[in-house]
Design a protein around this ligand. Structure first.
Ligand code: TYD
Ligand code: MG
Length: 426
Protein backbone atom coordinates (compact mmCIF):
# COMPACT_ATOMS: atom_id res chain seq x y z
CA UNK A 1 0.00 0.00 0.00
CA UNK A 2 1.34 3.43 -0.90
CA UNK A 3 0.14 6.46 0.99
CA UNK A 4 -0.67 9.61 -0.98
CA UNK A 5 -1.70 13.02 0.24
CA UNK A 6 -5.36 13.90 -0.25
CA UNK A 7 -4.68 17.54 -1.07
CA UNK A 8 -1.48 19.49 -1.11
CA UNK A 9 -0.70 23.08 -1.83
CA UNK A 10 -0.04 23.67 -5.49
CA UNK A 11 -1.83 20.51 -6.60
CA UNK A 12 -4.63 20.50 -9.13
CA UNK A 13 -7.93 21.41 -7.49
CA UNK A 14 -10.11 18.41 -8.19
CA UNK A 15 -7.95 15.42 -7.81
CA UNK A 16 -4.43 15.11 -6.56
CA UNK A 17 -1.88 12.80 -7.95
CA UNK A 18 1.86 12.92 -7.79
CA UNK A 19 1.96 13.29 -11.55
CA UNK A 20 -0.54 16.13 -11.96
CA UNK A 21 0.83 19.41 -13.16
CA UNK A 22 4.16 18.00 -14.33
CA UNK A 23 3.40 19.28 -17.82
CA UNK A 24 1.42 22.51 -18.10
CA UNK A 25 -2.10 22.09 -19.46
CA UNK A 26 -3.11 23.90 -22.64
CA UNK A 27 -5.59 24.08 -25.51
CA UNK A 28 -5.75 21.51 -28.29
CA UNK A 29 -3.56 22.70 -31.15
CA UNK A 30 -1.95 21.16 -34.19
CA UNK A 31 1.69 20.29 -33.80
CA UNK A 32 2.83 22.67 -36.52
CA UNK A 33 1.12 25.64 -34.88
CA UNK A 34 2.89 25.14 -31.56
CA UNK A 35 6.07 27.09 -31.27
CA UNK A 36 9.04 24.79 -30.69
CA UNK A 37 11.41 26.38 -28.26
CA UNK A 38 15.00 25.43 -28.12
CA UNK A 39 16.11 24.65 -24.61
CA UNK A 40 18.63 26.83 -22.82
CA UNK A 41 21.55 24.86 -21.54
CA UNK A 42 23.96 25.81 -18.84
CA UNK A 43 27.33 24.06 -19.24
CA UNK A 44 28.64 22.81 -15.89
CA UNK A 45 32.28 23.12 -16.88
CA UNK A 46 32.70 19.39 -16.21
CA UNK A 47 33.08 18.25 -19.79
CA UNK A 48 32.25 14.63 -19.18
CA UNK A 49 29.13 15.55 -17.22
CA UNK A 50 28.02 17.96 -19.92
CA UNK A 51 28.45 15.21 -22.47
CA UNK A 52 25.99 12.87 -20.72
CA UNK A 53 23.57 15.69 -20.11
CA UNK A 54 23.60 16.50 -23.82
CA UNK A 55 25.54 19.75 -23.51
CA UNK A 56 24.70 21.07 -20.08
CA UNK A 57 21.94 21.40 -17.52
CA UNK A 58 18.67 22.46 -19.10
CA UNK A 59 16.91 25.41 -17.57
CA UNK A 60 13.89 24.17 -15.61
CA UNK A 61 14.94 20.59 -16.26
CA UNK A 62 15.04 17.91 -13.62
CA UNK A 63 17.94 15.48 -13.51
CA UNK A 64 18.04 12.36 -11.38
CA UNK A 65 21.45 10.97 -10.51
CA UNK A 66 21.38 7.48 -9.09
CA UNK A 67 24.15 5.27 -7.82
CA UNK A 68 25.44 3.19 -4.97
CA UNK A 69 26.27 5.00 -1.74
CA UNK A 70 29.85 6.24 -1.71
CA UNK A 71 30.33 6.14 -5.47
CA UNK A 72 30.85 9.88 -5.83
CA UNK A 73 27.48 11.54 -6.45
CA UNK A 74 27.91 14.27 -3.85
CA UNK A 75 31.49 14.87 -4.94
CA UNK A 76 30.62 15.30 -8.60
CA UNK A 77 27.66 17.58 -7.92
CA UNK A 78 29.57 19.79 -5.54
CA UNK A 79 32.29 20.19 -8.16
CA UNK A 80 29.68 20.93 -10.83
CA UNK A 81 27.88 23.48 -8.66
CA UNK A 82 31.14 25.21 -7.88
CA UNK A 83 31.94 25.36 -11.59
CA UNK A 84 28.51 26.83 -12.31
CA UNK A 85 28.81 29.35 -9.51
CA UNK A 86 32.16 30.48 -10.87
CA UNK A 87 30.59 31.17 -14.26
CA UNK A 88 28.08 33.46 -12.59
CA UNK A 89 25.15 31.09 -12.05
CA UNK A 90 23.35 31.15 -8.75
CA UNK A 91 23.50 27.73 -7.14
CA UNK A 92 22.06 26.03 -4.06
CA UNK A 93 23.18 22.76 -2.53
CA UNK A 94 20.56 21.26 -0.24
CA UNK A 95 22.10 18.61 1.93
CA UNK A 96 20.03 16.17 3.91
CA UNK A 97 22.73 13.65 4.63
CA UNK A 98 25.65 15.74 5.75
CA UNK A 99 25.84 18.86 7.85
CA UNK A 100 26.92 22.16 6.35
CA UNK A 101 30.35 21.78 7.91
CA UNK A 102 30.83 18.33 6.43
CA UNK A 103 30.04 19.74 3.02
CA UNK A 104 32.47 22.57 3.64
CA UNK A 105 35.12 20.06 4.63
CA UNK A 106 34.59 18.18 1.40
CA UNK A 107 34.81 21.42 -0.58
CA UNK A 108 38.18 22.18 1.06
CA UNK A 109 39.37 18.70 0.23
CA UNK A 110 38.31 19.22 -3.37
CA UNK A 111 40.36 22.38 -3.47
CA UNK A 112 37.29 24.56 -3.99
CA UNK A 113 38.55 27.47 -1.94
CA UNK A 114 36.34 30.51 -1.63
CA UNK A 115 33.46 28.61 -3.07
CA UNK A 116 30.36 30.81 -3.25
CA UNK A 117 27.92 27.90 -3.56
CA UNK A 118 25.04 28.37 -1.11
CA UNK A 119 24.45 25.41 1.18
CA UNK A 120 21.26 24.58 3.04
CA UNK A 121 21.10 21.70 5.48
CA UNK A 122 17.40 20.84 5.42
CA UNK A 123 15.22 17.82 4.88
CA UNK A 124 11.72 19.20 5.13
CA UNK A 125 10.16 19.63 1.72
CA UNK A 126 8.09 22.71 2.54
CA UNK A 127 11.14 24.55 3.83
CA UNK A 128 13.21 23.54 0.82
CA UNK A 129 10.48 24.76 -1.53
CA UNK A 130 10.24 28.05 0.35
CA UNK A 131 14.00 28.53 0.11
CA UNK A 132 14.01 27.79 -3.62
CA UNK A 133 11.18 30.29 -3.98
CA UNK A 134 12.98 33.03 -2.09
CA UNK A 135 16.52 32.39 -3.32
CA UNK A 136 15.64 31.67 -6.96
CA UNK A 137 18.86 29.83 -7.80
CA UNK A 138 19.59 28.79 -11.38
CA UNK A 139 20.58 25.31 -10.34
CA UNK A 140 19.70 23.46 -7.14
CA UNK A 141 20.94 20.07 -5.99
CA UNK A 142 18.89 17.99 -3.55
CA UNK A 143 21.24 15.50 -1.90
CA UNK A 144 19.48 13.18 -1.44
CA UNK A 145 15.81 12.93 -2.37
CA UNK A 146 15.48 10.01 0.04
CA UNK A 147 16.15 12.22 3.04
CA UNK A 148 13.50 14.76 2.05
CA UNK A 149 10.12 14.38 3.70
CA UNK A 150 6.84 16.23 3.67
CA UNK A 151 4.73 17.01 6.73
CA UNK A 152 1.65 16.19 4.72
CA UNK A 153 2.40 12.51 4.78
CA UNK A 154 2.68 10.31 7.81
CA UNK A 155 4.89 7.68 6.22
CA UNK A 156 8.58 7.62 7.05
CA UNK A 157 11.17 9.63 5.09
CA UNK A 158 12.62 7.47 2.36
CA UNK A 159 9.42 5.50 1.83
CA UNK A 160 8.02 5.23 -1.69
CA UNK A 161 5.20 7.63 -0.87
CA UNK A 162 7.50 10.32 0.54
CA UNK A 163 10.10 10.04 -2.20
CA UNK A 164 7.50 10.20 -4.94
CA UNK A 165 5.52 13.10 -3.49
CA UNK A 166 8.61 15.14 -2.70
CA UNK A 167 10.13 14.56 -6.13
CA UNK A 168 6.85 15.50 -7.80
CA UNK A 169 6.72 18.75 -5.87
CA UNK A 170 10.28 19.64 -6.68
CA UNK A 171 9.70 18.77 -10.34
CA UNK A 172 6.62 20.95 -10.50
CA UNK A 173 8.53 23.74 -8.85
CA UNK A 174 11.36 23.39 -11.39
CA UNK A 175 8.96 23.55 -14.32
CA UNK A 176 7.05 26.55 -13.03
CA UNK A 177 10.01 28.60 -11.83
CA UNK A 178 12.73 27.64 -14.30
CA UNK A 179 15.08 26.43 -11.56
CA UNK A 180 17.10 23.45 -12.76
CA UNK A 181 16.91 20.74 -10.13
CA UNK A 182 19.25 17.80 -9.68
CA UNK A 183 17.96 15.02 -7.46
CA UNK A 184 20.39 12.55 -5.95
CA UNK A 185 19.02 9.07 -5.36
CA UNK A 186 20.80 6.22 -3.64
CA UNK A 187 20.42 2.82 -5.14
CA UNK A 188 19.63 0.60 -2.20
CA UNK A 189 19.70 -3.12 -1.92
CA UNK A 190 17.74 -3.56 1.30
CA UNK A 191 14.61 -1.79 0.15
CA UNK A 192 14.33 0.25 3.37
CA UNK A 193 14.65 3.31 1.16
CA UNK A 194 12.73 3.68 -2.06
CA UNK A 195 15.18 3.51 -4.94
CA UNK A 196 15.55 6.13 -7.67
CA UNK A 197 13.68 3.88 -10.10
CA UNK A 198 10.32 5.05 -8.74
CA UNK A 199 11.18 8.55 -10.00
CA UNK A 200 12.47 7.78 -13.48
CA UNK A 201 9.18 8.52 -15.24
CA UNK A 202 8.84 11.91 -13.60
CA UNK A 203 12.15 13.54 -14.38
CA UNK A 204 13.66 14.70 -17.68
CA UNK A 205 17.04 13.07 -17.42
CA UNK A 206 18.16 9.97 -15.56
CA UNK A 207 21.86 9.38 -15.01
CA UNK A 208 23.38 6.42 -13.24
CA UNK A 209 26.81 6.15 -11.73
CA UNK A 210 28.53 2.87 -12.46
CA UNK A 211 31.85 1.51 -11.42
CA UNK A 212 33.37 -0.81 -8.92
CA UNK A 213 34.44 0.49 -5.57
CA UNK A 214 37.87 -1.10 -5.85
CA UNK A 215 38.61 0.69 -9.11
CA UNK A 216 38.96 4.44 -9.29
CA UNK A 217 37.04 4.73 -12.54
CA UNK A 218 33.46 5.84 -12.62
CA UNK A 219 31.06 5.88 -15.53
CA UNK A 220 28.05 8.15 -15.61
CA UNK A 221 25.50 6.83 -18.03
CA UNK A 222 22.38 8.54 -19.36
CA UNK A 223 19.50 6.07 -19.11
CA UNK A 224 16.85 8.54 -20.16
CA UNK A 225 17.25 12.01 -21.57
CA UNK A 226 14.47 14.17 -22.92
CA UNK A 227 17.09 16.68 -24.04
CA UNK A 228 19.83 14.48 -25.46
CA UNK A 229 21.04 11.04 -26.45
CA UNK A 230 20.67 8.06 -24.16
CA UNK A 231 23.42 5.61 -23.40
CA UNK A 232 25.88 8.46 -23.63
CA UNK A 233 28.57 7.97 -21.05
CA UNK A 234 30.94 10.20 -19.16
CA UNK A 235 34.11 8.71 -17.75
CA UNK A 236 35.68 9.94 -14.52
CA UNK A 237 38.56 8.97 -12.31
CA UNK A 238 38.22 9.41 -8.53
CA UNK A 239 41.35 11.12 -7.33
CA UNK A 240 42.57 12.74 -4.13
CA UNK A 241 40.99 15.95 -5.37
CA UNK A 242 37.63 14.61 -6.44
CA UNK A 243 36.41 13.37 -9.78
CA UNK A 244 38.39 14.23 -12.88
CA UNK A 245 36.99 13.75 -16.37
CA UNK A 246 38.82 11.23 -18.56
CA UNK A 247 38.74 12.40 -22.14
CA UNK A 248 40.37 9.35 -23.67
CA UNK A 249 38.74 6.45 -21.85
CA UNK A 250 39.91 3.68 -24.15
CA UNK A 251 43.21 3.43 -22.31
CA UNK A 252 41.42 2.35 -19.12
CA UNK A 253 39.69 -0.62 -20.60
CA UNK A 254 42.75 -2.16 -22.17
CA UNK A 255 45.13 -4.05 -19.95
CA UNK A 256 48.77 -3.50 -20.63
CA UNK A 257 50.26 -6.65 -22.05
CA UNK A 258 53.80 -6.41 -23.40
CA UNK A 259 53.17 -9.33 -25.70
CA UNK A 260 49.73 -10.43 -26.92
CA UNK A 261 48.33 -13.11 -24.61
CA UNK A 262 45.90 -15.94 -25.36
CA UNK A 263 42.27 -15.33 -24.47
CA UNK A 264 42.33 -11.61 -25.05
CA UNK A 265 40.56 -9.74 -27.83
CA UNK A 266 40.09 -5.99 -28.12
CA UNK A 267 36.56 -4.93 -28.96
CA UNK A 268 35.57 -1.60 -30.46
CA UNK A 269 32.31 -0.81 -28.74
CA UNK A 270 30.06 2.18 -29.06
CA UNK A 271 28.82 3.89 -25.93
CA UNK A 272 26.26 6.46 -26.95
CA UNK A 273 28.03 8.36 -29.68
CA UNK A 274 31.53 7.52 -28.55
CA UNK A 275 33.56 4.59 -29.84
CA UNK A 276 35.65 2.94 -27.16
CA UNK A 277 38.16 0.14 -27.07
CA UNK A 278 37.57 -2.50 -24.44
CA UNK A 279 39.55 -5.65 -23.90
CA UNK A 280 37.49 -8.82 -23.65
CA UNK A 281 39.19 -11.63 -21.79
CA UNK A 282 38.24 -15.28 -21.83
CA UNK A 283 39.62 -18.15 -19.84
CA UNK A 284 38.76 -21.75 -20.60
CA UNK A 285 39.70 -24.44 -18.18
CA UNK A 286 38.85 -28.14 -17.94
CA UNK A 287 35.54 -28.33 -16.07
CA UNK A 288 33.54 -31.00 -14.33
CA UNK A 289 30.43 -32.78 -15.58
CA UNK A 290 28.44 -29.53 -15.55
CA UNK A 291 30.95 -26.88 -16.60
CA UNK A 292 30.53 -23.31 -15.47
CA UNK A 293 29.78 -20.36 -17.72
CA UNK A 294 30.49 -17.05 -16.08
CA UNK A 295 30.56 -13.59 -17.53
CA UNK A 296 31.45 -10.28 -15.91
CA UNK A 297 30.34 -7.12 -17.69
CA UNK A 298 28.69 -9.08 -20.49
CA UNK A 299 25.31 -10.73 -20.74
CA UNK A 300 25.28 -14.19 -19.29
CA UNK A 301 22.54 -15.64 -21.48
CA UNK A 302 24.24 -14.37 -24.59
CA UNK A 303 27.42 -16.22 -23.65
CA UNK A 304 25.61 -19.56 -23.58
CA UNK A 305 24.08 -18.77 -26.96
CA UNK A 306 27.41 -17.79 -28.48
CA UNK A 307 29.04 -21.00 -27.27
CA UNK A 308 26.31 -22.98 -29.01
CA UNK A 309 26.85 -21.03 -32.24
CA UNK A 310 30.59 -21.58 -32.00
CA UNK A 311 30.06 -25.30 -31.69
CA UNK A 312 27.39 -25.79 -34.32
CA UNK A 313 28.74 -23.48 -37.00
CA UNK A 314 32.47 -23.43 -36.49
CA UNK A 315 32.95 -26.83 -34.90
CA UNK A 316 34.70 -25.42 -31.83
CA UNK A 317 33.47 -27.39 -28.82
CA UNK A 318 33.73 -26.11 -25.25
CA UNK A 319 31.32 -28.58 -23.66
CA UNK A 320 33.91 -29.92 -21.22
CA UNK A 321 35.35 -26.51 -20.37
CA UNK A 322 34.59 -23.94 -17.71
CA UNK A 323 34.20 -20.67 -19.59
CA UNK A 324 34.90 -17.32 -17.91
CA UNK A 325 34.52 -14.07 -19.81
CA UNK A 326 35.37 -10.61 -18.51
CA UNK A 327 35.25 -7.05 -19.84
CA UNK A 328 38.34 -5.28 -18.49
CA UNK A 329 38.01 -2.21 -16.27
CA UNK A 330 34.60 -2.96 -14.80
CA UNK A 331 32.77 -1.66 -17.86
CA UNK A 332 29.37 -3.15 -18.68
CA UNK A 333 28.74 -3.96 -22.33
CA UNK A 334 25.24 -4.60 -23.53
CA UNK A 335 25.53 -4.26 -27.28
CA UNK A 336 25.45 -7.42 -29.41
CA UNK A 337 28.34 -6.08 -31.49
CA UNK A 338 30.57 -7.56 -28.78
CA UNK A 339 29.76 -11.11 -29.94
CA UNK A 340 32.59 -11.56 -32.40
CA UNK A 341 35.24 -10.36 -29.96
CA UNK A 342 33.87 -12.64 -27.23
CA UNK A 343 34.02 -15.67 -29.53
CA UNK A 344 37.52 -14.85 -30.73
CA UNK A 345 38.74 -14.47 -27.15
CA UNK A 346 37.19 -17.85 -26.29
CA UNK A 347 38.75 -19.55 -29.29
CA UNK A 348 42.09 -17.95 -28.53
CA UNK A 349 42.03 -19.22 -24.94
CA UNK A 350 41.01 -22.69 -26.08
CA UNK A 351 43.88 -22.86 -28.56
CA UNK A 352 46.31 -21.25 -26.15
CA UNK A 353 47.38 -18.89 -28.91
CA UNK A 354 47.13 -15.12 -28.91
CA UNK A 355 45.38 -13.07 -31.55
CA UNK A 356 47.68 -10.98 -33.79
CA UNK A 357 49.30 -7.85 -32.35
CA UNK A 358 47.25 -4.67 -32.77
CA UNK A 359 44.09 -6.65 -33.45
CA UNK A 360 40.51 -5.45 -32.95
CA UNK A 361 37.11 -6.95 -33.78
CA UNK A 362 33.41 -6.17 -33.59
CA UNK A 363 30.21 -7.61 -35.03
CA UNK A 364 27.04 -9.31 -33.94
CA UNK A 365 26.82 -13.08 -34.36
CA UNK A 366 23.44 -14.60 -35.16
CA UNK A 367 22.10 -18.05 -34.37
CA UNK A 368 22.60 -19.10 -37.99
CA UNK A 369 26.29 -18.33 -37.69
CA UNK A 370 26.09 -15.13 -39.71
CA UNK A 371 28.12 -12.09 -38.65
CA UNK A 372 25.86 -9.05 -38.74
CA UNK A 373 26.96 -5.44 -39.07
CA UNK A 374 27.30 -3.12 -36.10
CA UNK A 375 26.08 0.47 -36.17
CA UNK A 376 28.64 3.11 -37.19
CA UNK A 377 31.39 0.73 -38.23
CA UNK A 378 33.41 3.45 -39.89
CA UNK A 379 33.74 5.45 -36.68
CA UNK A 380 34.76 2.38 -34.74
CA UNK A 381 37.51 1.59 -37.21
CA UNK A 382 38.77 5.16 -37.17
CA UNK A 383 38.95 5.19 -33.38
CA UNK A 384 40.90 1.92 -33.39
CA UNK A 385 43.30 3.25 -36.04
CA UNK A 386 43.75 6.43 -34.04
CA UNK A 387 44.83 4.41 -31.02
CA UNK A 388 47.39 2.48 -33.01
CA UNK A 389 45.54 -0.71 -33.84
CA UNK A 390 46.43 -2.11 -37.23
CA UNK A 391 44.30 -5.18 -37.99
CA UNK A 392 40.53 -5.50 -37.81
CA UNK A 393 38.16 -8.39 -38.33
CA UNK A 394 34.72 -6.97 -39.06
CA UNK A 395 31.37 -7.86 -40.63
CA UNK A 396 31.32 -7.59 -44.42
CA UNK A 397 28.52 -5.01 -44.34
CA UNK A 398 30.74 -2.72 -42.24
CA UNK A 399 33.65 -2.80 -44.69
CA UNK A 400 34.53 0.81 -45.53
CA UNK A 401 34.57 1.90 -49.17
CA UNK A 402 37.75 3.87 -48.76
CA UNK A 403 40.72 2.29 -46.98
CA UNK A 404 41.49 3.56 -43.48
CA UNK A 405 45.07 4.60 -43.07
CA UNK A 406 47.19 2.23 -41.03
CA UNK A 407 44.39 -0.33 -40.73
CA UNK A 408 44.24 -3.69 -42.45
CA UNK A 409 40.63 -4.75 -42.70
CA UNK A 410 39.36 -8.30 -43.09
CA UNK A 411 35.65 -8.43 -43.74
CA UNK A 412 33.77 -11.67 -43.08
CA UNK A 413 30.20 -12.90 -43.36
CA UNK A 414 30.16 -15.97 -41.16
CA UNK A 415 31.63 -17.05 -37.85
CA UNK A 416 33.42 -20.04 -39.42
CA UNK A 417 35.29 -17.63 -41.71
CA UNK A 418 36.44 -15.67 -38.67
CA UNK A 419 37.61 -18.79 -36.87
CA UNK A 420 39.41 -19.99 -39.99
CA UNK A 421 41.06 -16.60 -40.50
CA UNK A 422 42.47 -16.70 -36.98
CA UNK A 423 43.74 -20.27 -37.47
CA UNK A 424 45.59 -19.12 -40.59
CA UNK A 425 47.43 -16.46 -38.59
CA UNK A 426 49.39 -18.75 -36.29
P1 TYD B 1 30.58 10.69 -2.22
O1 TYD B 1 30.54 11.76 -3.23
O2 TYD B 1 30.36 11.07 -0.81
O3 TYD B 1 29.56 9.53 -2.59
P2 TYD B 1 27.97 9.52 -2.64
O4 TYD B 1 27.50 10.91 -2.49
O5 TYD B 1 27.67 8.91 -3.98
O6 TYD B 1 27.52 8.63 -1.54
O7 TYD B 1 31.97 9.95 -2.43
C1 TYD B 1 32.59 9.42 -1.37
C2 TYD B 1 33.77 8.59 -1.76
O8 TYD B 1 34.67 9.24 -2.63
C3 TYD B 1 34.50 8.27 -0.53
O9 TYD B 1 34.67 6.87 -0.45
C4 TYD B 1 35.79 8.99 -0.63
C5 TYD B 1 35.97 9.26 -2.07
N1 TYD B 1 36.61 10.56 -2.35
C6 TYD B 1 37.85 10.60 -2.95
O10 TYD B 1 38.47 9.58 -3.23
N2 TYD B 1 38.43 11.82 -3.24
C7 TYD B 1 37.79 12.98 -2.93
O11 TYD B 1 38.35 14.05 -3.21
C8 TYD B 1 36.51 12.93 -2.31
C9 TYD B 1 35.77 14.18 -1.94
C10 TYD B 1 35.95 11.69 -2.05
MG1 MG C 1 26.47 11.71 -0.87
Amino acid sequence: MVETAAQMAGASKNRYSAMSGLAPSGEVASLSSIEAQDVDRIPTGQEELDRVLGGGIVQGGVVLIGGDPGIGKSTLLLQALDGLQRTGQKTLYVTGEESGSQVALRARRLGLDNSQVSVLAETQLEKILATLESQQPNVAVIDSIQTVYSDQLTSAPGSVAQVRECAAHLTRMAKSSGVSVVLVGHVTKEGALAGPRVLEHMVDTVLYFEGETHSSFRLVRAIKNRFGAVNEIGVFAMTEKGLKGVSNPSAIFLSQHKEPVPGSCVLVTLEGTRPMLVEIQALLDAGGPSPRRLSVGLEHDRLAMLLAVLHRHAGVACMDQDVFVNAVGGVRISEPAADLAVLLAIQSSLRGKPLPTGFVAFGEVGLAGEVRPAPRGQERLKEAAKLGFSTALIPKANAPKKPIEGMQIHAIERIEEAIQWVRNQN
